[in-house]
Design a protein around this ligand. Structure first.
Ligand code: F6P
Length: 336
């Protein structure tokens, strides 16, 4: 081993020999980069890796195989997840989880990396609690709604995709002098909405974290028309109370202007991951394996202010990461 290689060595305090990796919940661009990082870090440290297909469904069904560094070649730039993913019903029952644990024991897996969002971490937490497995989580969701990390893998790509769509809608909206109400993803969170609204120069942004009366929304749009704007873009997070259609109706009723609703939907989950997501996925995938080696378990590893940050699984859903008030204010102030 060269001197340069020695600095990468991590002591295998947990005595691991073989780990598993799975992706779970909604896919996010950059998940492949995270899988690659897990497999290659494990291999570097002398561990074998079992790739589990279709998230916890695959664990439940025993759908897994040994994979090595060459199996994850040429995927760092690909959207989706090569391991496939699912939202698992089977994992909701103690019996389902016991069956999955049995498969892990059969495959002699003594540590697991789960790449996903809060639902996936609930599943990971139960596996660790009920069956004593060592599990580390890597935050992969476009929603960016996990406490304990500044950003989640996939978020920046989703923002770029949504922003590209908003720019296009702005062209047609300006040409027809129309009001566009654009729904972006975010089941319970407005991170994508605020970022896209600010970067896209939207006239209004509505997020579940800052609900307001629809009459006020309509008034904002009317006032921007009175200031001479001939078209407007209103960004609505998917999880906004009452829904996007109600927002559009309220605007039409209050302004007398036609609106068009555009729901961007799942296109935001696809596509080539941007550099930020690939880098974050690589760093956190490596960190998760090295955390397992160091004896850590039951945590998600995220990044806060460019430092690795470890948070117990439960905190990722019991504590709330608020949207940025600065960005929210800025988006609204600059739309004047
Ligand atoms: O993964 C997060 C997310 O994309 C949310 O923004 C959205 O509400 C949800 O997943 C959609 O899930 P599904 O793909 O199961 O319809």
């Amino acid at each position: 081993m060269t001197k340069a290689e020695q600095i990468f060595q991590v002591e295998n305090l947990a005595g691991l020999r073989r780990i598993g990796v799975l992706t779970s919940g909604g896919d996010a661009p950059g998940m492949n980069a995270a899988v690659r990082a897990v497999v290659r870090t494990a291999s570097f440290h002398g561990l074998e890796v079992v790739g589990i297909r279709r998230g916890f469904n695959g664990l439940h069904d025993g759908d897994m195989d040994l994979i090595g560094p060459r199996d994850v070649a040429n995927i760092i730039q690909r959207g989706g997840t090569k391991l496939l993913t699912a939202r698992s019903e089977a994992w909701r029952t103690p019996e389902g989880r016991a069956q999955g644990a049995e498969h892990l024991r059969h495959w002699k897996v003594d540590g697991l990396v789960v790449i996903g969002g809060d639902g996936s971490f609930r599943g990971a937490h139960l596996l660790a609690q009920e069956h004593g497995f060592r599990v580390m989580g890597v935050p992969g969701t476009i929603d960016n709604d996990l406490y304990g990390t500044d950003y989640t893998i996939g978020y920046h790509t989703a923002v770029e995709t949504a922003l590209d769509a908003v720019d296009r809608l702005r062209d047609t909206g300006a040409s027809h002098e129309r009001i566009f109400v654009v729904e972006v993803m975010g089941r319970h969170a407005g991170h994508i909405a605020i970022e896209v609204a600010l970067a896209g120069g939207a006239e209004e942004v509505l997020v579940p974290e800052r609900p307001k009366p629809l009459a006020e929304v309509a008034q904002t749009v009317r006032q921007s028309q009175e200031r001479g704007k001939t078209s407007s873009i209103v960004i609505v997070a998917e999880g906004y109370p009452g829904g996007t259609d109600a927002v559009a109706r309220a605007i039409t009723e209050n302004t007398g202007e036609e609106t068009r609703v555009s729901i961007l939907g799942h296109i935001q989950r696809g596509g080539t991951p941007v550099a930020h997501d690939r880098v974050l996925a690589s760093v956190l995938g490596q960190a998760a394996v090295e955390a397992l080696l160091a004896g850590r378990s039951g945590e998600m590893v995220g990044e806060v202010c460019q430092q690795l940050n470890y948070v117990p699984f439960e905190e990722t859903w019991t504590k709330r990461k608020d949207v940025s008030t600065n960005k929210y204010r800025c988006a609204r102030l600059l739309s004047c």
